[in-house]
Write a protein that binds this ligand. Structure first.
Ligand code: SF4
Ligand code: SF4
Length: 308
């Protein structure tokens, strides 16, 4: 095997060739700084009904509990930004990340390709791939590896490309060279906090997940609490506001992933077509997209809530 430095370079070059925006590396050590913050966040019930956040507390903080013998965490960003928009301004709004095919599948394929490359070019490395699917603190790892900083809106922000990207990881038992974190460039800006319609950003760098429109429209299985009536700003699946107002997103460039190209049928849907959306049409249009997480029942509940 070649040196950790050369191996790190090879992995980063291949990641870019596979279409990732960027790739950074951290040592696979216990997340000391994040542990008390996560504990406090859970204690304050900021996770709402997302019980999966409580489970696997130790695994979430210690990569060696996910991959025995882990030495490195390779963080990767994958662009989902598009300048295409839903055509009817009165249509219920869908978060940009959900415009195309389910990202889990798309990015998993890329991660598998990257693992195969490592096997071939470096050796029999053991590890696992992760894309928003297991207890991995993806933003913390990406920040540790210098891909950006966690901004006041609690998203990872990159000076080069903003924040409209997915975060994925490889946790592997290969020694690599770690990249250090970058500095915070939020400065005195508070645009995200000021724009959040549900006051989910309770303080700089702190989110009450249970108040976030993404949680209310995607994760929450029960009825949306009435206190949010009139505060959803038309969002029926997710919410882009605190990213859209972030000045760093002026550097976001449209993605080139064909699987994320939104269909014309979806972009052209009029407000009344969303209101009349049947389960059959939902299946035809959205069964292979992130909207499937809310299912037809969740999406139609959200649309109804916006109109009540
Ligand atoms: S996604 Fe929307 S609701 Fe959630 S914190 Fe950002 S602006 Fe607020
Ligand atoms: S909107 Fe301003 S404060 Fe919020 S994350 Fe972006 S730069 Fe930071």
């Amino acid at each position: 095997m070649s040196s950790p430095y050369l191996n790190s370079q090879k992995i980063k070059t291949q990641a870019l060739a596979l279409g990732f925006l960027s790739c950074g590396i951290s040592k696979a050590t216990f997340l000391e700084e994040e542990a008390p913050k996560l504990e406090q966040w859970l204690k304050e019930k900021r996770h709402g009904t997302m019980e999966y956040m409580v489970n696997h507390f130790d695994k979430r903080l210690d990569p060696k509990k996910l991959v025995p013998g882990a030495k490195s965490v390779v963080s990767l960003l994958y662009n989902y930004y598009t300048d295409q928009k839903q055509k009817d301004p009165l249509a219920p709004k869908i978060s940009t990340y959900a415009f195309g095919e389910d990202y889990h599948q798309v990015i998993k394929r890329k991660l598998k390709d990257l693992m195969a490359f490592i096997y071939k070019e470096i050796g029999a490395v053991e590890g696992r791939i992760f894309v928003d699917s297991a207890p991995v603190m993806d933003k913390a790892w990406a920040a540790k590896s210098g891909l950006g900083w966690v901004g006041k809106n609690t998203n990872l922000i990159s000076k080069k490309v903003g924040s409209f990207f997915f975060i994925a990881e490889l946790i592997i038992d290969l020694e690599l060279v770690e990249d250090g974190p970058v500095t915070d460039h939020c400065g005195s800006c508070t645009a995200c906090i000021d724009a959040c319609p549900t006051d989910a950003l309770i303080a700089p760098y702190q989110i009450d997940g249970s108040r976030c429109i993404s949680y209310l429209t995607i994760e929450l299985r029960e009825s949306i609490p009435t206190e949010f009536k009139g505060k959803m700003d038309g969002w029926a699946f997710g919410c882009d506001i605190c990213q859209a107002v972030c000045p760093w997103n002026r550097f976001a460039q449209p993605n080139t992933e064909t699987a994320f190209t939104p269909s014309d049928e979806f972009l052209s849907m009029k407000a009344e077509e969303w209101t009349e959306l049947t389960e059959d049409i939902f299946e035809q249009l959205f069964s292979n997209t992130p909207l499937n997480r809310a299912k037809w029942s969740g999406l139609t509940r959200n649309i109804k809530f916006l109109k009540e």
